[in-house]
Design a protein around this ligand. Structure first.
Ligand code: OXD
Ligand code: MN
Length: 598
């Protein structure tokens, strides 16, 4: 069924076109034919090159300075500064609009303005939302076709009065008459702006990832988190997976981890325990809403994966490697001389005669990687061999457990269960992780990343903590149980103490057992930890000392950690919910008692 363009969309497009002066306007319907035409245009423009070894696949090479989300250029333009909170860059909305107005004037000259109508979650689903992105980048348009459901039916829904989000994007690189285009047009002046009260997104200058594919971080997390606060649901930086036991039992888990901490690998886990199978539902974003049964139901609002390529291999994520055999849009990976892609970690040996991510002959003796550390693959979710057959069920899935995690080389144990929802909110509010290449900034430094939402909460993080507490009150004893995991503990020589990847199934198995009270766990000041014999370690080569190191509570270390949390909490001033100060005091007092007893 086709639809006319919604009048409201046409009015908006006309207004934007009058300002940005594109050479043409193209309303997309998300068809395969459009996808082919746009990729053809991108091939001719030199933005992408084919990857002959993988049918239907391409490689895009960005400019050197446009390779990651730019948190320092990301703004929350709420009417009041306090509503953006201490963890966001705030800017006055009126001033920002006038800055953007100037930048967008003539910004699409010589280019095509694409209108991309998309739905997050199946159209009409009880948790779904719709939006329209205007962009002057064909690369962004095709990426949106992989990452979201692009359909003209969105126009029909808008005409019928459905709420929709406006997302405006320009690379800020107008072309004068006769001027040759370049492969990756962008502008060094960059703004990724969000207007929470009017639910609008305006992005200028970058064509990369979350800066430009506005359905993802900008809509599905920053704007959606504000909508969720106002409407009583949750928009979270979470994977969703289903564990299926050979007895038929199913467990649905949502997991929040900071960027590039292995959410995609976990969502596609190939269980080392034969009794469990994992099905993938989502790898990055979950929208969760209490259902009529009082449980918390979740959908993955996206339609594709935008995963970090480096580190992905047959060993770390075979499912992803199989998924990438065809129809993939790669960005900033290296190319082999026989027409395949390559990145660090894909194989031990570096293939000879590589072309690096910038298109130059690669020098393996130098100190630069061949693929950019934040190189990505963009692919439809349905291509994952592990995808749950019903992954796009409109009503979603009832979540049994929520897990938090991050990269912590020391202290944080392999797994712990929170004592209550409120304690779980405290645990989520204190997530910290070594920084990765997913965002610009110093890689390796540990930063607090509450709920893995530091760069993504569209409002005051203190209020966001409060929203989590309220959701827990509403869910009561139907609320998912909350856990924290850490696969990244290291020894003095930097080696990992836990093998990770498919062996993480052993941790999920303990979580599943805790959900039904099959194992008692061990009460510690920081939560319930597994006793060594509660973990199924059959077939795993791990010595007792190593295991002990990752499943005990280091009282001294945790005392320091809690002091650090206290200092972090001070940032939120009176917007920090009292419940969290009380949880902190409780953990500290339990630690003091344990210290005194030792
Ligand atoms: C992502 C991120 O791309 O979190 O998912 O940076
Ligand atoms: Mn992410």
């Amino acid at each position: 069924m086709t639809h006319d363009v919604a009048q409201d969309v046409r009015d908006w497009v006309d207004e934007i076109a009058a300002k940005t002066q594109p050479k043409e306007i193209r309303y997309l319907a998300g068809t395969d034919e459009e996808y082919r035409e746009l990729t053809q245009d991108l091939l001719e423009a030199g933005t992408i090159v084919p990857v002959p070894k993988r049918p239907g696949s391409y490689l895009a090479r960005s400019s050197r300075d446009d390779v990651a989300r730019m948190e320092d250029r990301t703004f929350i333009c709420s009417e009041h500064e306090i509503d953006a909170g201490p963890t966001n860059n705030w800017h006055d909305p009126t001033e920002m609009r006038s800055t953007l107005d100037e930048l967008f004037t003539g910004s699409m000259r010589g280019r095509t303005l694409f209108v991309v109508p998309f739905t997050m979650g199946p159209l009409g689903g009880p948790i779904s939302q719709i939006g329209v992105e205007i962009t002057d980048s064909a690369y962004v348009a095709v990426s949106m076709m992989l990452m979201t459901r692009v359909t003209p039916e969105v126009h029909g829904a808008i005409d019928e009065g459905a709420f929709w989000v406006k997302a405006l994007h320009s690379v800020g690189a107008p072309l004068d008459q006769g001027q040759e285009d370049i492969a990756w047009p962008s502008n060094p002046t960059r703004y990724i702006t969000h207007f929470p009260e009017t639910r609008e997104i305006i992005s200028y200058g970058s064509a990369y990832g979350g800066n430009a594919l506005l359905a993802k971080k900008a809509f599905a997390l920053r704007i959606a988190s504000v909508m969720a606060r106002d409407e009583g649901w949750m928009a979270e930086h979470m994977l969703i997976l289903r564990m299926r036991h050979e007895t038929g039992r199913v467990v649905h888990i949502a997991g929040a981890f900071p960027s590039a901490c292995g959410k995609t690998n976990l969502a596609m886990l190939q269980s080392s325990l034969p009794e469990w199978q994992v099905e993938t539902i989502g790898d990055d974003i979950a929208w969760l809403r209490p259902g009529s049964d009082g449980r918390l139901w979740a959908i993955n609002p996206e339609y594709g994966f935008f995963g970090v390529a480096p580190g992905t291999s047959e060993k770390t994520n075979k499912v992803a490697m199989d998924m990438m055999e065809r129809d993939v849009m790669f960005t900033n990976v290296a190319l082999t001389d026989d027409g395949d892609v390559w990145w660090e970690g894909m194989s031990k040996e570096i293939p000879a005669n590589l072309t690096d991510w910038q298109g130059n002959a690669y020098d393996p003796t130098g100190d630069q990687p061949a693929a950019h550390p934040n190189a990505r693959f963009t692919v439809r979710a349905s291509q994952a061999p592990s995808i749950a057959p019903d992954y796009d069920a409109p009503e979603g899935f009832p979540i049994d457990a929520i897990i938090f995690g991050g990269r912590r080389p020391s202290l944080v144990p392999l797994v712990l269960q929170s004592r209550s929802w409120q304690h779980g909110v405290f645990v989520g509010s204190t997530i910290s992780s070594q920084q990765t290449a997913a965002a610009e900034g110093p890689v390796g430094q540990i930063r607090r990343d509450p709920f893995a939402m530091l760069p993504f909460a569209g409002y005051n993080m203190g209020d966001y903590f409060g929203h989590w507490l309220r959701m827990g009150e509403q869910l009561g004893d139907r609320a998912p149980k909350i856990f924290n995991v850490n696969w990244f503990r290291r020894d003095e020589d930097g080696g990992f103490l836990w093998p990770g990847f498919s062996e993480n199934a052993r941790v999920l198995d303990w979580i599943a057992k805790r959900l039904v009270g099959e194992v008692p766990g061990v009460e510690t000041p920081v939560g319930i930890l597994p006793a060594a014999d509660e973990l199924n370690l059959t077939g795993l080569d791990i010595d007792a000392e190593t295991l002990n190191a990752i499943i005990t509570c280091d009282v001294d270390g945790w005392q320091d950690e809690m002091n650090d949390v206290g200092a972090f909490f001070e940032r939120f001033g009176h917007r920090l919910p009292n419940e969290l100060s009380r949880e902190l005091a409780d953990v500290q007092s339990r630690l003091s008692s344990a210290y005194a007893a030792s």
